[in-house]
Ligand binder design. Structure first.
Ligand code: F6P
Length: 379
């Protein structure tokens, strides 16, 4: 009889609701279906580099399904190939991938399930080349990973952002204000577009469509002319004006993707107030959308991803990442995912629906049609 497998698991990158649901599914499936031993590494790849781990039993994951965050901790700075060390106020970067391989081998692991975003999967693909048997699981509130129709975490963030927009509606209405709501999402507009539509936003601005301030102000004035004397504008943190730049909030030097976005809403609000003379206020939802309990959709997706990752490990199908295609959980090669961004296509049904509803996407409808044709011609 074959010896039961030993697998490791870690959560890397920014946290999101549903990470614990994956961990629970991994541990229970590994033990119940295959009698495997599961080692949980702490704080993402940091744990594998520094050999910080804990053995996960069924009891370790009991009661965590509905909890946000990750019981293992995470890091978006512990890249095994470029690990930051502070020396006399300056960061030096070390390649610690050999230590990762040594720790993996010393623990007698047969495989590693790495739950993360594009940065984690890029590192995992690199470790795969060094002989580590990795299986990826796609997470992020941004929903911007290539190869999967959905990442878990997105639906929960969407619910939080939508609830916030619902609440801002009543105060906007009472005070006859323009309310600008900024949501995370990095360089993709999935969260802004989804929440903007679900929350009944009047203007939705996403990174994929650089906006024209005059078109936005015309829409705000038109609403006032029609007696709707408030407007809700939902903007993704990566949005920018035509011919303008994205707004960088901070640089996290030690992070593989050093740029942190945020603050475009203040620039936009000042311009709208200046041009329309209408009181314009800003709410930046920030990390709030990463918190809280996962929605049932995310719990189910995370659970299915976790189970499938273990089944792949049991079949020794390594170097792959589980993905959602339509309603099916499948897997694709890991190297297709890391370091890339899945943006909202301009012919997305959500953009079409927004336009049909009269939602302003920051430029004229004709301009979006032109841009869509240009995108199709380039594809
Ligand atoms: O990728 C998830 C995300 O929340 C992005 O939407 C956001 O730009 C970024 O992470 C923020 O990162 P940090 O937690 O390092 O500020």
């Amino acid at each position: 009889m074959n010896k039961p497998m030993r697998i490791g698991v870690l959560t890397g990158g920014g946290d999101c609701p549903g990470l614990n649901a994956v961990l629970r599914a991994v541990v229970k499936t590994a033990i119940n279906d295959y009698g495997m031993t599961v080692i949980g590494f702490l704080d993402g790849y940091e744990g594998l580099i520094l050999n910080h781990y804990t053995t996960l039993e069924k009891g370790s994951v009991s009661g965590i399904l509905s909890r946000g965050g990750t019981v293992l901790g995470t890091s978006n700075q512990a890249n095994p190939f470029k690990y930051p060390i502070l020396q006399q106020d300056t960061y030096m970067y070390l390649d610690r991938s050999a230590e990762v391989v040594a720790n993996y081998e010393r623990l007698g692991l047969d495989g590693l399930i790495a739950i993360g975003g594009d940065g984690t999967h890029a590192a995992s693909a690199g470790l795969g080349k060094l002989g580590i048997n990795v299986i990826g699981v796609p997470k992020t509130i941004d929903n911007d990973l290539v190869g999967t129709d959905r990442t878990f975490g997105y639906d929960s963030a969407l619910v939080t952002a939508t609830e916030a927009i619902d609440k801002l509606h009543t105060t906007a209405q009472s005070h006859h204000r323009v309310m600008v709501v900024e949501v995370m999402g990095r360089y993709a507009g999935w969260l802004a577009l989804g929440a903007g539509l679900a929350g009944g936003g009047d203007i939705v601005l996403i990174p994929e469509i650089p906006y024209d301030i005059d078109v936005i102000c015309d829409q705000v004035r038109e609403r006032n002319r029609l007696g709707k004397n408030f407007s809700i504008i939902v903007i993704g943190e990566g949005a920018k004006p035509q011919g303008g730049e994205i707004v960088v909030k901070r640089i996290v030097e030690t992070s593989p993707d050093a740029i942190r976005l945020g603050g475009i809403s203040y620039q936009l609000a000042a311009q709208i107030e200046g041009l329309t003379r209408l009181e314009t206020r800003v709410t930046v939802l920030g990390h709030l959308v990463r918190g809280g309990s996962p929605t049932p959709f995310d719990r189910l997706l995370a659970t299915r991803f976790g189970c499938e990752a273990v089944h792949l490990a049991a079949r020794r199908q390594f170097g792959r990442i589980v993905v959602l295609k339509g309603d099916e959980v499948e897997s694709i090669p890991l190297e297709q995912v890391g370091g890339r961004t899945r943006k909202v296509p301009l012919d997305s049904p959500l953009i079409k629906a927004a336009l049909s509803l009269g939602i302003c996407m920051g430029v004229t409808r004709e301009r979006i049609e032109e841009m869509t044709a240009e995108q199709a011609a380039m594809a």
